[in-house]
Design a binder for this molecule. Structure first.
Ligand code: AMP
Ligand code: MG
Length: 468
């Protein structure tokens, strides 16, 4: 049976100044690298047996029946600087399936490509595949990966690299920057159409832009808290990479931290540490303030709207702090917080920072009672541990709580790099192994011991790069 994708394309029905209709640019020799069959089934996609057909469709050579390909317009603040027009420069939305966007990324030039080639190489494509699926398995809202197709073409970056196309699945690709571009152009009708569309898709219970803002604020606060709970650093939290849905989007220079330090940065372009691990909780407030600004033109009384929206933004740091405290305490087995617990948790983090303890392994070892091994200065650790044990006597089932709060496996940077290096030579075995292991990140077993190990000095990844 031929491939069938039951499209219903609501974005394509919006005013056409919100996008540019453009087909993916065919590639020389599409070859399927990976396909997410369970996700295809969830979406109601059938007839996925023919891998050559999958390669043609998800490589961009054949536009499937029912698709209505387009590149979305958006703008955004990049590292705090306003860019009045961005848009999908190397992606096309094929259409929507079961309420989810199917987007090809790396699919060639569009009217928004500026100087870019519209392409991606297999490094960032497989990286996004692995990390986004790992995030999903960790229970963190995220875009998903449906397919990766090698293009059979080389693309020019610092060197010649093999090209690839990723099929990304998202509950939508509406960004803070999608609202911003219309507000900046004073296109109130377009802004209203986008707002109604976003409400219908994501927040059908909200009635006005203030409630909408509040709902997005809540989702983004929860998202950033969840990132921080697993040591995730997004790396490029520009407003165009901030989804209204509250899903993690754009896995360019992202990374999971090994040794804990709140100012950890990987992205090679983040010279000032704007998007450092702990800074994410501040930046998301800044991003939500940009969304608030873009929503003001929808309100009948601008002054009243500014007052109300400012209130919502000003409450966000406290909301984040509450969420973070609750999450961090769960990581040490506490669900009934007491006033002294904050100090207990921050003392632990302080000790981890000073001793360069591995973030994931330390919390996993607290769960199993073996955390002492994670610290070199045991004279500091032992009294903390004793205090913590006494405190846990007042909790019901701390081990159970910690088991669900502390994953044992994250996609470590050096393993991702190793997987990419193998894939470039045509060896997909490390990719398959990582995918299988990361599907169950809370389960420990001897087979994943090497994947759990932090990098040796020579393996350490010091910088990550945007997927361009
Ligand atoms: P990003 O940093 O990946 O979020 O990308 C920022 C903007 O640059 C988006 O509008 C992308 O579509 C665009 N872009 C990134 N890489 C390319 C490329 N190779 N060709 C064209 N546009 C690109
Ligand atoms: Mg982006």
């Amino acid at each position: 049976m031929a491939l069938q994708i039951p499209f219903d394309n609501s974005y394509a029905r919006l005013p056409d100044r919100l996008f540019a209709r453009v087909a993916p640019v065919p590639v020389a020799a599409p070859e399927l690298l990976a396909f997410n069959h369970p996700l295809a089934r969830e979406l109601g996609i059938t007839g996925t047996e023919d891998i050559d057909e999958l390669a043609r469709v998800f490589g961009g050579n054949t536009v499937p029946d029912g698709a209505d390909p387009l590149a979305q317009l958006y703008a955004g603040h990049q590292f705090g600087h306003w860019n009045p027009q961005l848009g999908d420069g190397r992606a096309v939305l094929l259409g929507e399936v079961a309420g989810f966007d199917l987007q090809l990324k790396g699919s060639g030039r569009t009217p928004y490509s500026r100087n870019g080639d519209g392409r991606a190489w297999i490094g960032p494509v497989l990286r996004e595949f692995v990390v986004s699926e790992a995030m999903h398995a960790l229970g963190i809202p995220t875009t998903r990966a449906l397919a990766a197709v090698a293009t059979g073409e080389t693309i020019r970056r610092e060197t010649e690299l093999p090209g690839a196309v990723l099929t990304r699945v998202a509950s939508s690709h509406i960004r803070v920057g999608t609202f911003q571009v219309l507000a900046a152009r004073q296109d109130i009708e377009g802004l209203r159409a986008l707002f109604d569309h976003a409400v219908a898709r994501h927040f059908p219970e909200t009635r006005d832009p203030g409630e909408f803002l509040q709902a997005v604020v809540r989702r983004q606060a929860a998202l950033v808290t969840q990132w921080m709970s697993v040591g995730f650093i997004h790396g490029v939290m520009n407003t165009d990479n901030c989804a209204i849905s509250g899903e993690t989007i754009d896995y360019g220079p992202c990374a999971f931290m090994d040794a804990y330090h709140p100012m950890t940065v990987f992205s090679s372009i983040d010279r000032s540490g704007r998007y450092a691990y702990a800074a994410q909780a501040d930046i998301i407030v800044w991003n939500m303030a940009q969304l608030a600004t873009a929503l003001v033109p929808l309100m009948p009384d601008a002054d009243a709207a500014v007052t109300r929206f400012t209130g919502i933004i000003h409450e966000m740091p406290a909301l984040l702090q509450d969420m973070w405290t609750g999450t961090l305490l769960r990581k040490i087995g506490i669900v009934h917080p007491q006033p002294e617990d904050d100090a207990l948790a921050t003392d632990l983090l302080q000790m981890m920072m000073e001793q360069g303890a591995d973030f994931t392994n330390t919390f996993a070892a607290l769960t199993t009672g073996t955390a002492r091994d994670q610290f070199t200065d045991r004279d500091a650790f032992d009294p903390w541990f004793a205090k913590w044990q006494t405190r846990l006597e007042r909790e019901d089932a701390p081990q159970e709580v910690m088991r669900t709060a502390n994953p044992v496996l994250i996609p470590r940077n050096h393993r991702i790099e190793e997987m990419i290096a193998a894939a470039v030579t045509g060896d997909m075995a490390p990719f398959s192994r990582l995918m299988a292991a990361l599907a169950a990140p809370f389960d420990d077993n001897a087979e994943i011991a090497d994947l759990r190990r932090p990098p040796a000095e020579a393996e350490r990844v010091r910088a990550t790069f945007c997927g361009t």
